[in-house]
Design a protein around this ligand. Structure first.
Ligand code: HEM
Length: 424
């Protein structure tokens, strides 16, 4: 076992995640070149005991295998955090991404039925209209901060529309999802442990209250509607979804809702911000896309997600002893699947630091690798990114990004602020 941190590559240290992106990528290349995954001590977190440490899975083959064998590599002890979550967090943050079968399958079955083709088709029209309005506003505003003015707006509006959340609640939803995914960034979370926990739980409570209120209103409206017809939004579908007589409990509804707003907002926003940075850094790729937008946009969206890897990692815990690619793991070991690194694995991607919108095949694992927990919103995210980038780059073809202000987080590759410029 290689003990980590000796050469300054310590994935548990905030300093590592503050490195310039090129240095971060170079460090992961060094880890991939090593014979075995490194074992790291866990990061110090204020609200829970320090756990036993974790193996850093940095190669594509390891990430794919650990995602495929969900019986061996489980999510139920925590997928979104390296330390185990204290019980009081589970009420809000313990939805299906942090669950195993049979609870995971049951929840995924219920919510998948709510993502009907009809529902998705309705979102697609909304996405198109929203993207047009966002670019209209951008042209009227002029050069500005791309994150709140463009990148954050589309995913926020779409997820809120899906849920039937009224427009006057958008800011509150965004502010609370920012707190939940704030990583170690002092702009969002206090360095004082008690205060940080209180803020996190407060953000969870605020979102839970919002959905509980919406669900009660839907149930009430349904009882009073002559046909008993539910409103056409996801909350209504979730309230009325019924698999073998099962429905979501109100706690399940609240934590699923929190997962959706957090997963649906931050990730897609991050991908859009990176897209502008990438088309600024690689103008030849912008020209290539503009020369055949319809033919190349889908490939461009996949390459943006590969290159930026908005979600940096997920964790799994071994349910039994297991050997994988020459490394023996013991029951109870934690492994962290670094999608950011797997998406740069030279064994799979030629010249991985090159942003190439024509890359084919592109078996990236930005939405997770194939397995039980593969991103539920991947289809929606692809639609949002495709529609928004097509609208933006065809109507504002000379838009460029300035210096990004990055989120300090090991979990999401977030961008807080990004100046943009264009002659319009
Ligand atoms: C570019 C955008 C996105 C990226 C990069 C992304 C990435 C991911 C990743 C890496 C996972 C975990 C896979 C695993 O543990 O194996 C995941 C799961 C999930 N994502 Fe996404 N996601 C994106 C957009 C969305 C959107 C728009 C939604 C919702 C509308 C969403 C909802 C979910 C949910 C509910 C899960 C949990 C699925 C499960 O545990 O069964 N995601 N996503």
């Amino acid at each position: 076992m290689t003990v980590a941190g000796m050469d300054g590559i310590d994935l548990s240290e905030n300093e590592f995640w503050a490195l310039p992106l090129a240095e971060r990528a170079a460090a992961f290349a060094r880890l991939r070149a090593e014979e075995r995954p490194r074992f790291y001590a866990e990061p110090e977190v204020p609200f829970t005991d320090k756990g036993p440490g974790y193996y850093a899975l940095v190669r594509h083959a390891d990430v794919v295998e650990a995602s495929r064998y969900h019986d061996v590599f489980c999510s139920g002890q925590g997928a979104t955090n390296i330390p185990d979550l204290p019980v009081e967090f589970n009420e809000y943050f313990g939805s299906m991404i942090n669950m195993d079968d049979p609870r995971h399958s049951r929840l995924r079955r219920i919510v998948s039925r709510a993502f009907t083709p009809r529902m998705i088709a309705k979102f697609e029209d909304d996405v198109r209209r929203a993207a047009t309005a966002i670019v209209d506003d951008l042209l009227a505003t002029g050069p500005c901060d791309f994150v709140p003015n463009v990148a954050a707006r589309l995913p926020l509006k779409i997820i809120c529309d899906m849920m039937g959340i009224p427009g006057d609640q958008y800011d509150m939803v965004l502010a609370n999802s920012n707190i939940i995914l704030s990583g170690a960034d002092p702009e969002f979370l206090s360095e004082d442990a008690d205060e940080a926990v209180t803020r996190l739980l407060g953000a969870g409570q605020a979102l839970a209250d919002l959905v509980t209120g919406l669900a009660a209103a839907r149930t009430e409206a349904r009882a009073h509607s002559p046909a008993g017809a539910p409103a056409e939004d996801l909350v209504s579908a979730l309230v009325t979804a019924n698999i073998d007589g099962e429905q979501l409990t109100s706690a399940e509804l609240a934590s699923f809702f929190i997962l959706l707003v957090v997963a649906g907002n931050e990730t897609t926003r991050t991908a859009l911000s990176h897209a502008l940075m990438l088309f600024t850094e690689f103008p030849d790729q912008r020209a290539l896309l503009l020369a055949d937008t319809e033919g190349r946009i889908e490939g461009a969206v996949e390459e943006i997600v590969r290159y930026s890897s908005p979600v940096t990692f997920m964790r799994r815990t071994l349910t039994q002893d297991y050997a994988m690619n020459g490394q023996a793991y013991r029951k109870g070991d934690k492994v962290v699947l670094y999608y950011y690194s797997a998406n740069r694995d030279e064994a799979v991607f030629a010249d991985p630091e090159r942003f190439d919108i024509t890359r084919s095949p592109n078996p990236h694992v930005g939405y997770g690798a194939v397995g039980r927990h593969f991103c539920l919103g991947a289809h929606l995210a692809r639609r949002e990114l495709t529609v928004m980038l097509r609208e933006l780059l065809t109507r504002v073809p000379d838009i460029t990004a300035g210096e990004p202000d990055r989120l300090l987080s090991s979990f999401v590759n977030g961008i807080k602020r990004l100046p943009c410029d264009f002659s319009g």
